[in-house]
Design a binder for this molecule. Sequence first.
Ligand SMILES: Nc1ncnc2c1ncn2[C@@H]1O[C@H](COP(=O)(O)OP(=O)(O)O)[C@@H](O)[C@H]1O
Ligand SMILES: O=COP(=O)(O)O
Ligand SMILES: [Mg+2]
Length: 561
Amino acid sequence: MGFKSDIEIAQECEMLPITEIAEKAGIDDKYLEQYGKYKAKIDYNLLKESDKKDGKLILVTAINPTPAGEGKTTTTVGLADGMQKLGKNVMVALREPSLGPVFGVKGGAAGGGYAQVVPMEDINLHFTGDFHAIGAANNLLAAMIDNHIFQGNALNIDPRKITWRRCVDMNDRQLRNVVDGLGGRTNGMPREDGYDITVASEIMAVLCLASDIKDLKERLSKIIIGYTYGKVAEQKPVTAGDLHAEGAMTALLKDALKPNLVQTLEHVPAIVHGGPFANIAHGCNSVTATKMALKLADYAITEAGFGADLGAEKFLDIKCRMADLHPNAVVIVATVRALKYNGGVAKADLNNENLEALEKGIPNLLKHVSNIKNVYKLPCVVAINAFPTDTKAELDFVESKCKELGVNVALSEVWAKGGEGGIKLAEEVLRLVEEPNDFSYAYELEGSIEDKLNQIVQKVYGGKRVVLTANAQKQAKQLEALGFGNCPICVAKTQYSLTDDQTKLGAPTDFEVTVRNLKISAGAGFIVALTGEIMTMPGLPKVPAAERIDVDETGKITGLF
Ligand SMILES: Nc1ncnc2c1ncn2[C@@H]1O[C@H](COP(=O)(O)OP(=O)(O)O)[C@@H](O)[C@H]1O
Ligand SMILES: O=COP(=O)(O)O
Ligand SMILES: [Mg+2]
């Protein structure tokens, strides 16, 4: 259809110097640490030293997506640009992209079309080095664990019960399960090990929840890396603090702890920080980034990954609860292609008009709308993110169906038109944020781990119950005995389905969700529940996006999208 690519549009942008963006955001120079002309870090002491009243908090989530994603980041940016066109003081808070999807299937995470944050190549690649720092801290701890064992194992760590894994920010299935420490006595102790993608590391979660260096160090020290020898009842958790690793890890992370400042194509200030995925981790940008945007602007727009059953559930039940955040409105992004996908259309046929499949996919949208309105008791609007491949009949059908069903809806054309295409959505959001709301969690923290999982499965996913495997039942008992029973739960689940089976699309009911593993992220303060076949190290597709990326002699990158 001859559209400019995301990177072409981004590279055409005449960015403002980041000092001007900081000034526009009201960030005093003393809090700004420039990383070149168009990026900077913000000292989190700005939060401690500002007494400005917080602005309104808007969450952007979505229906269950196709593998390409439905435009939450794009809508977040375009909505902010639309609000700016209406004269509002607005900022966005986004996650940093991971190299996994950049070189894999989804591509970058800086938005798309005329609704992007820039400089998109920097943001999608090394940015300011935060993910490299997280990887180094994660792997320093891993090295110190194996070294402790090699040097005599004074803490009596059972190598078969080490729960800490190495990490790398790449989709590399080859590293999911490895045996290391080979080569004989002087080269370590042979054991089974494995790598997670950096965004699934607990260090990422800790960085996204920590408020300052002191809090970060305390959280890192609490990380449980494994258990000692002995029967379950006798096993003692071993922490990063037991290994005296927290100081060096904090040193590696001291700059990564500061949020990054960039700008949208229309120069709205954007704070981009932290990047956990929402299927295998908690899926939200850092608390500090969100709180800074709230402190600096009258409207802070943020996104949580994948569909509302994942990112929004964790944003609301984990992040908002831990950080005492109170959202004022929710935008649920829906697309014609994702509705058809949920209506059973194969990926290859998503560009063909199909009103019947659209209708079949609507129940997925209705389930997410019902969750936001009735479980979390928040006002919401469905943003139909218009794609160039959508036909007018399809767009009109979705909009009229929503109206017929009493669903608040606005067409969003921010990908094609930038802020101009987000004005209608912005006007509706500005109305919604003024409505009082009775924000509630899907579950209270008191109660057993199984009970909390049941409430998530029944209320948010629409299923019948959770089933814990024998291994998970044992782990639940151990975690409750260790005093972690009242932690919130971060469910690791496929993003394509409300169930734990990625082939079950639409809005299934009467299903069970099987939890195969429960692990405490004691530094982050939540329990991770692995369901179905979900893995914490994705793999590359048959034709990785990496094959289409290049750079010319002038250093100009092409193919990033
Ligand atoms: N309206 C649209 N038309 C065409 N492409 C779009 C549109 N919205 C988003 N995209 C593209 O879809 C992909 C996913 O968008 P993104 O905003 O990252 O979604 P999410 O944050 O939900 O994963 C990106 O490549 C983006 O450029
Ligand atoms: O964790 C996933 O995030 P996106 O849905 O923004 O890709
Ligand atoms: Mg996104």
